[in-house]
Design a protein around this ligand. Structure first.
Ligand code: KG4
Ligand code: ZN
Length: 357
């Protein structure tokens, strides 16, 4: 089975060709970084227009790289949500048009399911596994029991972790997107232990996350330092932030591993996915945790952690193999939780938050 994947839910326009033998025949990603950088974040309207402008060319490029024509494909898969709706509409409409013109099946893929199943494409991981999904809009721990079968064990009660990286980068005067910039600055820290930050949720029951207090603490520290920040201050702060995030993540994952194992003694791995999974400090920390817990640790290669279309094609293949596809009247979804039964996380004040869920 050979499937074309299309991804347009945020600020990456991407097309890929993947086979059910776990072969990535083409994987083209065009980052819209230059378009959004002047605004310090993704501007939805600009993103949608850029997807519209570049997507056709990228699909052609992916097919050319794979040496295939439309008629050689078995299906077209596109991100159907969640994400910035203008972009999702561009990808879904393009995929539907191609499916209608060729008579091929169309699959509307949940972007989060794309991230969630990537480890099966890259490493052939078997169900069930524990997934830490960490991106710009999401921060969740999920038991992945099968295709379309996800049980949420924890989520953030405020910001997503990628968002915390991006906001911290902004506070430190680093560019956008923040994650890679913070990682680069932290690597240059001369005194990484100089600043101490609060470690939100550390040791608390459950597996939920919180990052807004950490961000506020970074802001306070920045305000106390001489302006503009020296490079040394900036690097040391970035290192403190990154180390704190990794420590909190490891704590939450440790609890999740215990909860996951109680229900799934046959659990195969701790898998990390999403853009923040590209962070090497976080990967090292989680890898050590998994080793201590006697669990296999799987982290996809960096380019398949951040947004891409190979994961969308693969998730499409997983669903097609189960005989599943979508009708051409599928409506793009700005929100689309992987575990629709999960309740909002309970915040410190006892009020449900979980707005990112
Ligand atoms: O999965 P993704 O590419 O897009 C979403 O679906 O959100 O994730 C993007 C997020 C951004 O917040 C970005 O700052 C973060 O992932 N990110 C990183 C790193 N690379 C990307 N965060 C920490 N360290 C990195 N190396
Ligand atoms: Zn993503």
């Amino acid at each position: 089975m050979i499937v074309l994947g299309i991804e347009t839910s945020c600020d990456e326009t991407a097309a890929a060709v993947v086979t059910d033998a776990r072969e990535i025949r083409a994987n083209v990603v065009l980052s819209q970084l230059d378009e959004h950088t002047p605004y310090g974040g993704v501007v939805p309207e600009i993103a949608a227009r850029a997807h519209l402008e570049y997507l056709d060319g990228l699909i052609r490029q992916a097919l050319d790289t794979a040496g295939l024509r439309l008629s050689d494909l078995d299906a077209i898969a596109a991100t159907g949500g969640p994400g910035l709706i203008g972009g999702v509409i561009v990808g879904v409409m393009t995929a539907k048009a191609m499916a209608a013109a060729s008579g091929l099946p169309f699959v509307a893929v949940n972007h989060l399911e794309g991230h969630a199943l990537t480890a099966r494409l890259t490493d052939g991981v078997d169900f069930p596994y524990l997934l830490l999904l960490v991106s710009g809009g999401h921060c969740q721990l999920l038991a992945v029991e099968g295709v379309g079968r996800y049980r949420r064990l924890g989520t953030t009660i405020d910001d997503a972790v990628g968002e915390a990286f991006d906001k911290t980068a902004k506070l430190l005067g680093l560019g956008y997107p923040g994650g890679p910039q913070v990682e680069r600055a932290a690597a240059k820290a001369t005194d990484p232990g100089r600043f101490e930050l609060p470690r939100p949720m550390l040791g608390r029951p459950g597996c939920d996350f919180s990052f807004s207090g950490l961000k506020a603490a970074v802001r306070r520290l920045v305000e106390e330092l001489p302006q503009p920040l020296s490079e040394a201050d900036r690097n040391d702060l970035a290192a403190a932030f990154q180390a704190t995030v990794a420590e909190v993540m490891a704590d939450r994952c440790k609890r999740a591993i215990r909860a996951f194992r109680a229900d799934h003694p046959d659990g195969t791995a701790l898998v990390v996915a999403g853009g923040v999974a590209a962070n090497k400090t976080l990967r090292a920390r989680l890898s050590a945790l998994a080793a201590r817990e006697g669990l296999r640790f799987v982290a996809p290669p960096l380019g398949l952690c951040t947004d891409n279309a190979a994961m969308i094609a693969w998730a499409g293949i997983e669903r097609l193999r189960l005989g599943d596809s979508d009708a051409l009247d599928f409506a793009p979804r700005p929100r689309w939780p992987l575990d629709p039964t999960a309740r909002p996380a309970i915040g410190r004040d006892g009020v449900g938050a979980g707005r990112k869920a």
